[in-house]
Ligand binder design. Structure first.
Ligand SMILES: Cc1cc2nc3c(=O)[nH]c(=O)nc-3n(C[C@H](O)[C@H](O)[C@H](O)COP(=O)(O)OP(=O)(O)OC[C@H]3O[C@@H](n4cnc5c(N)ncnc54)[C@H](O)[C@@H]3O)c2cc1C
Ligand code: SF4
Length: 481
């Protein structure tokens, strides 16, 4: 049984189905209903609360930017940052490398290992070539390169190319694709899984608790609520893929006399080690007068500051193109800033810049008794983030652009709360993502990541899910862990 049809859950179900195992997916949400496209309508549908839409088949990937990056070698190692240490992973890049190759194939990732000094080794080249830049983006990238800035192609998961459905429209990042051309968890993984005949999907079914054997040593199924009724479902293996927050919550809410603190929580690590990316936006203006035409802008990134910069010994992060998102319509922009935000947004090829926010034992659930009453944020690398902003301003200015760089930050691509590790004292899961002290119970989604690096986390979640699928199949068929 797989709980949650998001990125981790759909990819795991896909892999298990390929291995010939029968899978039931229970998902609390349903397929997203969108209005039919009328002539002249844009392809993408924007939802100003896309960040809040998680309970749909495919999870937030129905709106994601499809930037599918491999973590860099150093992201798997303990790394010193300005505000503390980013922890070591229980596995290394080389352990995940074959699964990155497979995840890139499943999600049809377009990219190139050339021209990015931080790109780790690939045993197989990207399955598809990088996306072409729109003419204005090409000119913009050219002027950055002319001043010595190293600009690389962004790896993207789209059904683009001969016979592909994607037309590289302007409404992609943070939009729902009505051509079904975005390779999200549903289109890329769930559909082939369902078509295998091995996978059943139960929608509007919320998992309330995971059940264990009388001695508490193994998972035996789950209690599912659907249409107001509760049902017990038995399963040989339960994999929780409910995302950062809900997966940890489910473990806590499954407490029993054998596990009074919650499943996997004997060392009280569930709900802790919450991390992510501190993210800002920067606007290099291409024009002060006219609006830019609609175009697909999300094709490049600048990763040269990933591991530091001259005079800055700590990892800084990335600068990457955003799509043409009407972010000013969102709730985070107050009404009095909407007009200037729109003015600047419509005249620039704007970018995100992201720095790692560090997980600690204190970051994550704030509890009052058994109640989760809040979320303590990860530790920000404040000066590093400021430094990255200054470097980004400088490189766009050197290329000849006026720059607007609001001093605003958000936490994106969150990770942690059910991290995997070698030591049960400081982790919930073993290196195969099985709960340390309970058999047949796995977790695989963003919550298992011990750290977020500074590139988007999606491909790593997918690669881990493929690896966990193989681990479950191995235990099932050979009995060997
Ligand atoms: C606008 C936007 C853009 C993004 N762009 C990118 C990008 O370009 N690249 C990238 O790598 N990442 C991106 N992300 C982040 C990425 O989408 C998430 O990191 C990823 O989806 C997390 O995957 P997951 O498996 O942890 O959980 P999710 O994908 O969130 O899936 C969890 C699923 O579990 C279900 N669920 C929860 N609780 C229960 C329960 N009790 N019972 C049954 N079902 C349950 C939920 O409804 C959901 O479907 C973006 C996110 C947003 C919102
Ligand atoms: S760019 Fe391609 S995948 Fe993205 S919304 Fe447009 S058609 Fe869909």
């Amino acid at each position: 049984m797989v709980v949650g049809a998001g990125l981790g859950g759909c990819t795991l179900a896909y892999r298990l189905s390929c291995r010939g195992l029968r899978v039931l997916i229970v998902e609390r949400g349903d397929f997203l209903c969108v209005p039919d496209r009328q002539p002249g309508d844009p392809i993408g549908i924007y939802h100003k609360s896309a960040l809040a839409i998680t309970n749909v088949i495919g999870g937030p990937t129905k709106f994601y930017g499809a930037a599918m990056y491999r973590f860099r070698d150093n992201d798997f190692l303990a790394t010193e940052h300005e505000a503390g240490e980013s922890p070591s992973w229980p596995i290394r890049y080389s352990d995940l490398e074959p699964y990155y190759c497979e995840a890139e194939r499943v999600y049809r990732v377009h990219g190139s290992a050339e021209g990015d000094p931080t790109e780790p080794t690939h045993s197989i080249t990207f399955p598809y070539p990088p996306l072409p830049h729109a003419p204005l983006v090409s000119k913009f990238v050219g002027s950055l390169r002319d001043t010595g800035t190293c600009v690389s192609d962004m790896p993207r998961a789209l059904d683009y190319g001969p016979n592909g459905k994607c037309v590289l429209c302007p409404t992609c990042d943070a939009y729902y694709c009505r051509l079904d051309a975005k390779m999200d968890a549903e289109t890329a993984a769930l559909r082939p899984a369902l078509s295998s005949g091995h996978v059943q999907l139960l929608t509007r079914a919320q998992c309330r608790r995971v059940l264990t054997s009388d001695n508490g040593q193994k998972a035996t199924g789950a209690l599912i609520e659907r249409n107001g009724n509760q049902h017990t479902v038995h399963a040989d293996v339960v994999a929780i893929c409910a995302g950062v927050g809900p997966s940890a919550r489910l473990l806590l809410e499954s407490r029993s006399s054998r596990h009074p603190l919650g499943l996997g929580n004997s060392t009280q690590c569930v709900g802790r080690y919450y991390g992510g990316h501190t993210t800002g936006m920067i606007f290099p203006l291409l024009s002060l007068t006219t609006k830019l035409p609609g175009m697909h802008t999300k094709t490049f990134s600048i990763n040269t500051y990933y591991n530091g910069a001259p005079g800055w010994p700590y990892p800084l992060g990335v600068i990457q193109a955003a799509g043409q998102i009407p972010f000013w319509e969102g709730e985070v922009v107050p009404w009095w800033k909407k007009w200037p935000a729109r003015f600047v947004g419509e005249r620039s090829i704007y970018c995100f810049y992201m720095t790692e926010a560090l997980p600690t034992r204190e970051s994550g659930f704030e509890l009052s008794g058994n109640q989760i009453i809040g979320m303590r944020p990860p530790v920000q690398n404040t000066n590093t983030f400021k430094k990255l902003r200054l470097l980004a301003i400088d490189l766009f200015k050197r290329a000849g652009y006026r720059v607007v760089a609001p001093d605003h930050r958000s936490l994106w691509h969150t990770i942690g709360t059910v991290r995997f590790g070698r030591d049960p004292e400081s982790s919930v899961l073993d290196p195969n993502c099985k709960v340390h002290d309970i058999d047949q119970l796995y977790v695989v989604d963003a919550s298992v990541l011990p750290s977020a690096g500074a590139v988007n986390t999606g491909l790593t979640i997918a690669a881990l899910a493929l690896r966990v699928g193989d681990s479950i199949a191995r235990v099932k068929f050979t009995g060997a862990n």
